[in-house]
Ligand binder design. Sequence first.
Ligand SMILES: NC(=O)c1ccc[n+]([C@@H]2O[C@H](COP(=O)([O-])OP(=O)(O)OC[C@H]3O[C@@H](n4cnc5c(N)ncnc54)[C@H](OP(=O)(O)O)[C@@H]3O)[C@@H](O)[C@H]2O)c1
Length: 277
Amino acid sequence: MTTIPLLTLNDGRKIPAIGFGTYPLDNPQAEAAVREALAAGYRLFDTAARYGNESGVGTGLLSFDVGREDIFVTTKLRGAEQGFDSTLRAFEASLERLKMSYIDMYLIHWPLPGKDLYVESWKAMIRLQKEGRVRSIGVSNFLPEHLQRLIDETGVTPAVNQIEMHVDFAQAAQREVDSKLGILTQAWSPLGRGDILKDPTLGRVAERHGRTPAQVMLRWVVQTGSVPIPKSAHPERMRANLRVFDFQLTDEDMRDLATLDAPSHRTGGDPATYIEE
Ligand SMILES: NC(=O)c1ccc[n+]([C@@H]2O[C@H](COP(=O)([O-])OP(=O)(O)OC[C@H]3O[C@@H](n4cnc5c(N)ncnc54)[C@H](OP(=O)(O)O)[C@@H]3O)[C@@H](O)[C@H]2O)c1
């Protein structure tokens, strides 16, 4: 089984250097996938209230003989529940669905600047962290101005910013801001949702190392110092996706991969304008 390195967050806690994504699995699928992923060696699991699968994730995690302290569970606050009191209530509901007494990481899923409630939500998350209900707190899809406002208004810097990031949508500017603020960047859709895996340049780099294009994409994220959270419903892919800590991309590889990067390769919403349905 692959041993996964740990990284240290700005609050002193440790986080696995790769995790397992669970969107768009439903409850039964998530339960089965989480069981397989645990057996494969994953210890970081990513879910969200909005995915509707926290219950399946929680059941899957219960069913395996791994200590609670050895797994790291991330869930997220959905947009409809932003606000101080509603964040506290939403957190309790997530905890109940996950069947856990604490969560390792709670993220604001999207900033939704039009609602202007992310600072209030953040204040509730700071309280939950002080109470020990959540170990670490962070955000997702936050742009530099959103991060700065949280810090200016509360003095508390998020531990993580989980953003769309794949080799062809490399997010260098946002990562630089995250890094300067001491925030760990997590990469969602690190495989670009599978679309880019047939690219010939990526294929050539993979061939040089005797690896798959997916492993090169995940290794690229790891080499930028970020944490990928790939999703797969297939046990053999889950295992292969973990084997990214025993080879290194060269400068030439990184230069070749940089040619794939373009802002138009975004697959999800633009955080400046995105509105959660
Ligand atoms: N914070 C946010 O706003 C946000 C947004 C989107 C996603 N996320 C999180 O990020 C996680 C990952 O993102 P994602 O699921 O959108 O995309 P992804 O992990 O980049 O790609 C998943 C797709 O790649 C396929 N795949 C996985 N491993 C493969 C391999 N080795 N070879 C070929 N194909 C492979 C999967 O198919 P199979 O399942 O059939 O293997 C699936 O279709 C999500 O599950 C979710 O937890 C967060």
